[in-house]
Design a binder for this molecule. Sequence first.
Ligand SMILES: Nc1nc2c(c(=O)[nH]1)N[C@H]1C(S)=C(S)[C@@H](COP(=O)(O)OP(=O)(O)OC[C@H]3O[C@@H](n4cnc5c(=O)[nH]c(N)nc54)[C@H](O)[C@@H]3O)O[C@H]1N2
Ligand SMILES: Nc1nc2c(c(=O)[nH]1)N[C@H]1C(S)=C(S)[C@@H](COP(=O)(O)OP(=O)(O)OC[C@H]3O[C@@H](n4cnc5c(=O)[nH]c(N)nc54)[C@H](O)[C@@H]3O)O[C@H]1N2
Ligand SMILES: [Mo]
Length: 757
Amino acid sequence: MKKPCEDLVGKALRNSVSRRQFLKALAISGAVASVPGSLLKAMEAGAEVSYEEAFEIFRNACPRNCFDTCSIKTFVKDGMIHHIEGAAESTFTDGGLCVKGYSYPRRVYSPDRIKYPMMQVGRGSGNWKRISWDEAIDRIARKIHEINDKDGNLLSLALDKYSGNFGITHYGVEGMMSSLGYTTRFVGTPCWPAGIDAQNYDMGEMWCNDPEDMVKSKYIIVWGANPAWCSVHSMKYIYEAREKGAKVVVIDPVLTQTAAKADQYIQVKTAGDGALALGMARHLLDKGMIDQSFVSQHALGFEEFKAYLKKNVSLDWAAKESGVPTLVIQQLAEEFAAADPATIWLGYGLQRHTNGGATVRAIDALVAMTGNIGKEGGGARYGHLRTWGFNYNAMVNPAPEGAVGMMDGKPIKGDFHFIDGSKAKFTDRSMNMNQLAREILNSADPKLRMLWVACRNPFSQDPDTAQLQKAFDTLEMVVVVDQFFTKTVDQADIVLPHTTLFEENTVNVSYWHYWLGINEQAIQPMYESKSDVQIAAMLSKRMNEIKAGSCTFPVEMDTQKWMEKEFNQGIYDFFGISSWKDLRKGPVKAKLPSSAAWHDFKFKTPSGKYEFKSQLAADHGHKALPEYRAKRKPTASLRLLTPHSKFSIHSQFQNLDFMEELNPEPLVYIHPKTAVQRGIKNGNMVRIFNRHGELKVKASLTDAVAADEIMMYQAWFRNSPFNVQNLLDDEAADMGAFKTGAPGIATHDQFAEIEKA
Ligand SMILES: Nc1nc2c(c(=O)[nH]1)N[C@H]1C(S)=C(S)[C@@H](COP(=O)(O)OP(=O)(O)OC[C@H]3O[C@@H](n4cnc5c(=O)[nH]c(N)nc54)[C@H](O)[C@@H]3O)O[C@H]1N2
Ligand SMILES: Nc1nc2c(c(=O)[nH]1)N[C@H]1C(S)=C(S)[C@@H](COP(=O)(O)OP(=O)(O)OC[C@H]3O[C@@H](n4cnc5c(=O)[nH]c(N)nc54)[C@H](O)[C@@H]3O)O[C@H]1N2
Ligand SMILES: [Mo]
């Protein structure tokens, strides 16, 4: 029986066993690719084998869309990955990985990987046939030329790319598109847009304290985030703060693993958090527990906010709307204001609501009025992009001579946005990534003909499967670049095999911590897999062979050279290195003048102050003040939550054998009261349905969820029809368009019915 790597490696690290024992443990368990026989023999005979010398060691970085962006050390023998470790040089990664991270060798060497370019005869038929790279690229290039010849432009060619890999060189996919001409781009993100806009209105930028400085906090509220699963490396700072006497409170509709580890858990009514925050603010006003110097010196509009609270917010109202008793609101507010410093971690789950942006503004206001902004150990922690100042050279390509970005004599409106929302100068057509199905179906002048999907799995991650199927059925060609036969690959005409992180070079930073690391190619690409940028180069070559000058992307691509080109003096200075080569010795941390965001109180808002009252927000159609915004009206009797799982990152990892052993099947979590009313017993198969679709899954009874809610973790179980997206619609969040080009998505404002199957 295979043992999960996490247990073994975790145990080895915890017990500080010698390296030799550690190796032996791994080898004996069969948990990783086999140990070379000679090494094993030597170890068994007790001979001294130098651990470091036995392997070639490479530096890697986990490129997943995750707070932790771990620094990895990869141990290679005879061209095979023997095992991986968290890099000890990063105090954040601290020598350990998460359960997903330790399963990486299973991903690289999975027999399920896409091995060659393939063509599906009849989309959705499963009738795949192997084709050569030349044939695959030729078919794609010819289709692009055909579109250009027919339409006179490439606006019916669209790109859907998001977070499968955040390695910087992967922005070369966007570069490939712009080097073909003006196309259609799906912009925005499903992650965090409402909160980004909210923090921009309040402070002029999304910026957060170094997570490592949470150890300095005296009071930590984790509000709608689940770091015990989604940012495991942050938990050690929370624990350390607690050991030093800090109180930890978790506010979440679900009693999560993070909540289970806190001093206090507050079960809030989903989407009622804004009322809770404003109720706390009102109480602090009544108690006079305001940081007068902050609100008078560094803030704008506090008097107006005060007037709003006095007129519109009562504790009874806040209690009713949030489901949190008035006494608890009072206690929480007083404790938070009395502690110095106190901090709030605002999760991304918290803002995937029709009122998510307004909620984030209300919580920011609470942190600001208690004087916790700009303070080490304080802060309204959401995310940052301060370390992302690369060259993005693979992305910066001019359109070919004569490329058309205009229609009917009118410029095509819309801009392409980088991950931080900053605008590039393309005149592509933008469409909302969070409404992919609707946008494809509604597209006109020109109607979308062709879709390129990379680092993205819409059939697993986007709402309304039925609608998405209809939309894909209207497309003339779908190309997917991926590593596994995902639900989206099922709907492709051509699939191109992509390398894993161990088979290419790139560079990685985080949107949470302040570390930088390179990702070196540790092994030869498996099978015929290639990196996104290499694929772009092949396409460019063929495009130009067919018609010279039709693509400006480089036609040769060495991923290491390309990675090197991402660095600039700004990055070197910020991280205190003189060359990217220094990163071969391990990851480095940015040289921060303070661990606190906004330590100099120079906010980037129009007024230069913290804006309780934001004219910009008002100009964008929102309230100027952080006012409460009512919840979405239910469309079925139970609220449906589909948050992130411990065993997967979205559609990645749950399909691996290790994960199936740990987490063999999907479940729906349902409160015993709700189950009794419907005659459902623990382990029964149930049907969950609403106006969009249905699914069948096994019930697990737990009072960790509220009686009026049900919960399933989103994940891709291979060989299973399970898909939470069957039940979701594409309702937008209130904010997000300002900085990310499209509003966020109200993933957690969804509703469904449940019955015994
Ligand atoms: N119901 C529900 N839906 C959600 C969410 C939720 O909470 N509930 N969360 C949303 C959030 S926050 C997010 S960020 C999105 C994530 O949605 P996606 O960005 O689609 O995320 P992943 O499933 O991680 O990755 C997509 C694909 O990229 C592939 N991939 C990995 N590496 C590479 C590479 O280097 N190149 C290429 N070409 N492909 C690669 C993976 O194999 C995978 O199939 O999902 C959203 N959808
Ligand atoms: N293991 C693992 N780690 C991940 C990911 C993953 O899929 N798996 N995904 C990565 C990505 S792309 C992202 S965006 C982050 C997400 O990281 P998190 O924000 O930590 O995770 P989510 O699951 O999106 O949501 C967090 C919590 O929000 C709660 N929530 C939902 N609605 C509300 C509400 O109205 N009020 C309150 N108070 N809470 C609410 C959910 O119950 C959930 O416990 O994690 C990253 N890390
Ligand atoms: Mo996300």
